[in-house]
Design a protein around this ligand. Structure first.
Ligand SMILES: Nc1ncnc2c1ncn2[C@@H]1O[C@H](COP(=O)(O)OP(=O)(O)OP(=O)(O)O)[C@@H](O)[C@H]1O
Ligand SMILES: [Mg+2]
Length: 259
């Protein structure tokens, strides 16, 4: 079989406690990068470094605990037959030796951290909304005490208002728990809302990378300029969870997004 090459010369770093946004159109190679980072695909050349050291096949298991994926469709990530509480119990049983009371306590804390009440534990996925399901997958990731969340289009399947709520949640988790985020999206508004650094991908290559404001206010690459120009003026603001508008592209307003 002919080897398929999707990506060339890809190099970027996610700094501890920071959110890095990876943006590009469909087919630009974003999910391929997520797979490479998660060790689900092998790069032909180069390496994935975590805390400065290459992730080896032997180190993959512990790396995968510390780097948790969040995907586009939360319903695909949940078992339709199992109660949410049991699905949250699984990673704890598989990874920690804890008394039952402590496991229950951790689940309660994780649910609280993602803004869900304890009652959801008794429900099955079909009984909850898409936004709630994405909160559950984030809670399940948090139970493994990760340092990094690799989010591949985590809000693209959700309604606009719910998107804003999940983006706010990811912001809070970064700020309050010091989580690092690799946030992958085709939506420059979501990336500009959440991320302090932006990498722009086009046809498998990085065409631009830098701090959010530099990239958004002074885009150098033609492709980035097109991307920014394509955002309709009226949707350059995304409603926040509280209902008040939060700025997305900062040149439109003095009020900045999260730092
Ligand atoms: N194993 C493979 N063999 C052949 N082509 C592949 C393979 N994996 C990915 N591709 C192609 O590589 C390109 C990049 O795919 P990828 O899924 O990474 O893009 P993406 O940026 O995540 O797109 P989307 O926004 O639609 O999710 C696409 O054109 C895809 O069809
Ligand atoms: Mg993708």
């Amino acid at each position: 079989m002919r080897e398929h090459q999707t990506l060339s010369d890809i190099s970027f770093s996610v700094r501890r406690g920071q959110a890095l946004g990876l943006i590009g159109q469909s087919g630009s190679g974003k999910s391929t990068i997520a797979k490479l980072v998660l060790g689900l695909a092998k790069p032909r050349e180069g390496a994935i470094l975590f805390e400065g050291k290459p992730v080896t096949p032997q180190g993959l298991r512990s790396f995968r605990k510390r780097a948790q994926p969040i995907f586009q469709n939360p319903m695909d990530a949940l078992d339709p037959r199992m109660k949410i509480g049991d699905q949250l119990m699984e990673p704890l049983l598989a990874n920690f030796r804890l008394p039952r009371s402590e496991r229950l306590e951790r689940i309660a804390t994780a649910l609280q951290d993602v803004g869900l009440s304890l009652e959801i534990a008794e429900k099955r996925p079909r009984q909850i909304s898409g936004g709630q399901a994405q909160r559950v997958t984030i809670a399940r990731a948090l139970l493994l005490e990760p340092d990094l969340l690799i989010c591949d289009e985590p809000v693209s399947a959700l309604d606009m208002t719910v998107q804003a709520q999940i983006l706010n949640l990811l912001c809070e988790l970064r700020e309050q728990q010091g989580l690092s985020l690799l946030f992958i999206s085709h939506d420059i508004r979501a990336v500009s809302y959440l991320c302090s650094e932006i990498v722009v991908l086009h046809r498998g290559r990085i065409v631009e990378a830098g701090m959010r404001d530099d990239v958004l206010l002074h885009p150098q690459a033609e492709y980035t300029q097109t991307l920014i120009a394509s955002v309709p003026k009226q949707s350059q603001r995304l409603p926040s969870a509280a209902g008040a508008d939060r700025p997305i592209l900062r040149e439109l307003t003095d009020d900045g997004g999260p730092q």
